[in-house]
Design a protein. Structure first.
Length: 366
């Protein structure tokens, strides 16, 4: 481990972590930090990055413990992410998810404790959101041309096709057991954990760091983030929320300050098609079996763990700005919305989100 040095920083200096946007989101999360004018010992900072779950990941550690080797940290993080991908990927025929999807209904199917925990959270958010979050909606996503393996044809399926596919959707047919961990389906169902697995991967990597004595870190997978402690400048981690209308300019309209929290985003700004003068979003409402038609462009959620933030962001993306904000306020969730308004966008947030925006924002009513 290298020794710390001392330097003087100016207020104009800035360091920006290179974070790949979540391509299905109208907003992405971009961790960044500001250097303060000060003369102080420079902390030791380790940075790691790689690819997993069809996206990229980045981890920053500040002042890692003396007993942790850099190579061990890199290997530990990669092993956690690889394990989540191996158990929950729909691309691997040998994953627990793929094998469960092929299994006949009516019998308990043994899975790892991790997969059971993720499905349990998914079902909790499904119930709490009135069915807006549904891990069985994959066949409808494929039908509308937005699935990972489907071809984007910009074709609107017939009512008969929608009805037939909707009959294969519904999390009410799922059950989960913690001990021994297992899943059950009472009808033919396929699950897709892509709207929650990246968040869980973030959690697993963060828990590995916790267990190895790392007190200051930022973990990001595909735009989903979990933090602990302080950034290299000794402050809370600053996470920028990018506005759709400013994507090309690369400006963040606001930033949230986190230390010990997670943040996730979801939206449809980039992933949609137009046919017959109508816009069709990749976000499918399980209640209608069709793309949502509301004006919500993106939603950002702050929560204690990233898998929950990930699932809630998708649920509120389905609910839309009015129902989504009402749900957030009822459940006391920290939520930030970007809503289409004319040719631009307007922001809204729940009261619980205000403290993460700083003193000025906290004084404003959403």
């Amino acid at each position: 481990m290298s020794s710390a040095t001392t330097s003087c920083w100016t207020t104009s200096a800035a360091e920006t972590a290179r974070i790949a946007p979540r391509r299905t989101g109208a907003a992405w999360l971009l961790p960044f930090v500001f250097l303060l004018a000060a003369c102080a010992p420079e902390p030791e900072v380790w940075r790691f990055e790689g690819a997993t779950m069809g996206t990229t990941w980045h981890v920053t550690l500040v002042d890692p413990p003396a007993g942790l080797a850099r190579e061990a940290a890199s290997a530990g993080i990669e092993a956690e992410l690889a394990g989540v991908n191996a158990r929950m990927s729909t691309y691997s025929p040998d994953s627990e998810v793929s094998r469960f999807n092929r299994a006949a209904p009516g019998e308990w199917f043994a899975v790892s404790a991790d997969t059971a925990a993720v499905v349990a959270t998914a079902l909790e958010v499904h119930q709490g959101s009135g069915g807006a979050f549904d891990i069985t909606v994959g066949p409808l996503v494929d039908l509308w041309g937005f699935g990972a393996g489907s071809k984007a044809t910009d074709r609107v399926p017939s009512d008969a096709e929608v009805a037939a596919t909707a009959a294969r959707v519904g999390s009410d047919a799922l059950r989960v057991r913690a001990d021994p961990p297992a899943l059950f389906k009472s009808a033919d169902r396929e699950i897709d954990l892509s709207a929650i697995a990246k968040g869980f991967g973030v959690d697993r990597a963060a828990l590995w760091l916790d267990g190895n004595g790392v007190a200051n870190y930022m973990v990001e997978v595909g735009g989903e983030v979990r933090t602990r402690g302080r950034n290299p400048q000794g402050e809370k981690w600053r996470i920028g929320i990018e506005a759709p209308e400013l994507l090309q300019q690369g400006h963040a309209i606001t930033a949230v300050a986190l230390s010990g929290e997670s943040v996730a985003t979801s939206g449809d700004y980039r992933n949609f098609f137009e046919a017959g003068g109508r816009r069709y979003s990749h976000t499918i409402d399980p209640a209608t079996a069709r793309p949502v038609e509301h004006a919500l462009a993106s939603v950002t959620v702050v929560a204690a763990d990233c898998k929950t933030a990930d699932a809630l962001a998708t649920a509120i993306d389905v609910l839309g700005p009015e129902k989504g904000l009402a749900f957030a306020e009822r459940e006391k969730l920290a939520v930030y919305l970007l809503v289409r308004a004319g040719t631009g966008f307007e922001s809204r947030h729940s009261p619980a989100f205000a403290p993460f925006l700083g003193t000025a924002a906290a004084k404003e009513a959403p």
